[in-house]
Design a binder for this molecule. Structure first.
Ligand SMILES: *Cc1c(COP(=O)(O)O)cnc(C)c1O
Length: 413
């Protein structure tokens, strides 16, 4: 017997759950790409896409590609070979972006904050103050690093750049955060933000998004990494539809995106979307803390204010992380994420790490269900753990203990 036969839940941090509505919107004949509904729909989608990122005063370009493509698009439009940039690494994905930059010929200085902490604005400020000649052209970081699940304080990092009076562009990998975490490109002074379709935007993989400020756009002219495909100019000001995507449009993804933007921007409202993620995250943390009071379970990020709201990295004693993951999948239909970048895959310690995503199309019953399955798995496998995890999680979700932001948040008008 197995208890997995029913609708399964892939609680991994991307590709995330695709709503049935989005799948239905994509299930259609190939549309005309020269005139008609697709063209009008795409034009009308751009303002909604800007609202997701608080970028009403900025621009957005859509690319056929995944997150790695988004990185290259961002790099190509503002940087030149040999440019110096400073990358604040808070986990595996920061190092990934650094590799993308270095591979394109950019001179990347990595300021590494390890695997358990967000970037420290004071260290950034101090480094920028020493760059008197303003050689550094950009400061880059992940909003949420999906491996460590550290969340950076973007306004504090922006303030650190301003305090140093430094003109560097502020560039953010929002791939795991966009549509999950509060984000305001204009108000927070972010110059470039990257996202991909398969995380908070609730679509299959296949689209990358790059939002950018006027300041970033103005640097485009000198960027010698810019090539025709990645150039964002025709994409934000297309003379005809074919230029939006430098070729054939990602037709079906666009119909899916229309549906997911309706859900996020027009029905739930971004403030409520962000509050839902924050509240579900608190339930996960409460459960993990309760388990940890009688066993080895630990949250990777100790400081709650530096934890992601979209995914939580957890640790048990190896090999119990892998044992628990297998049990949840085989016996209960819940797929947890593997630990990424916390140990080498052939190192025994690797089998201690795992992640629970609460990203995108996720509600209370899905997150509570995943936590209850994990609780059952800990018991079935006799992995030592503290009691009361589910009680702690439901308390965290109850109105009385919901964060003030969740109670106050109203859908955007
Ligand atoms: C998923 C992810 C990426 C990589 O995206 P791909 O679509 O796999 O190329 C990069 N950065 C972050 C923060 C991510 O979560």
């Amino acid at each position: 017997m197995s208890l997995r036969h029913g609708r399964s839940y892939h609680a991994i941090p991307g590709p995330s759950v695709v709503p049935d509505r989005v799948l239905r919107a994509m299930h259609r004949e190939a549309p005309n790409i020269y005139e008609g509904a697709l063209l009008e729909m795409t034009d009308a989608m751009i303002p909604d896409l800007k609202r997701v990122a608080g970028a009403e005063g900025g621009h957005v370009a859509i690319y056929i590609g995944n997150g790695h493509a988004g990185w290259e698009a961002a790099n190509a439009n503002v940087l030149s070979r040999g440019d110096k940039v400073l990358l604040l690494a808070t986990g595996r994905f920061g190092h990934g972006w650094a590799a993308s930059l270095a591979g394109m010929g950019v001179d990347v200085e990595i300021m590494d904050f390890g695997r358990h902490s967000p970037a420290d604005p004071a260290r950034l400020s101090e480094r920028l103050a020493r760059d008197r000649g303003h050689a550094l052209r950009a400061v880059l970081c992940t909003h949420v690093d999906t491996a460590t699940t550290a969340r950076n304080d973007l306004p504090a990092l922006r303030a650190a750049i301003d305090a140093a009076g430094h003109p560097a562009l502020f560039m953010v990998d929002g791939i795991a955060a966009m549509g999950c975490e509060e984000f305001h490109l204009d108000a927070w002074g972010v110059d470039v933000a990257v996202a991909a379709s398969q995380k908070g935007l609730m679509l299959p993989p296949g689209l990358a998004f790059v939002w950018f400020s006027d300041k970033a756009r103005a640097q485009g002219g000198r960027a010698d990494l810019r090539t025709p495909y990645w150039n964002w100019e025709p994409r934000v000001a297309p003379e005809f539809f074919y230029q939006y995507f430098c070729g054939t449009a990602p037709t079906h993804h666009l119909f899916g995106l229309r549906e997911s933007l309706d859900m996020l921007v027009h029905e739930e409202g971004m403030a409520s979307v962000w509050a839902r993620h924050a509240t579900l995250a608190r339930a996960v943390w409460a459960a993990a803390e309760a388990w940890g009071r009688g066993g080895a379970m630990a949250l990777n990020i100790a400081d709650p204010s530096a934890r992601a709201h979209a995914v939580t990295a957890l640790r048990l004693t190896a090999p119990d992380g892998t044992r628990l993951r297998r049990w949840c999948d085989d016996e209960a239909g819940v797929t947890l994420g593997i630990g990424l970048g916390m140990a080498e895959p052939n190192d025994e310690a690797w089998h201690g790490f795992f992640r629970l995503a609460h990203m995108g199309h996720v509600n209370a019953h899905m997150t509570l269900g995943a936590l209850a399955v994990m609780d059952a798995g800990l018991k079935a496998l006799s992995i030592p753990h503290g009691d009361g995890a589910l009680e702690a999680a439901t308390r965290a979700l109850s109105a009385a203990e919901a964060p003030a932001a969740a109670r106050m948040a109203a859908p955007a008008a």
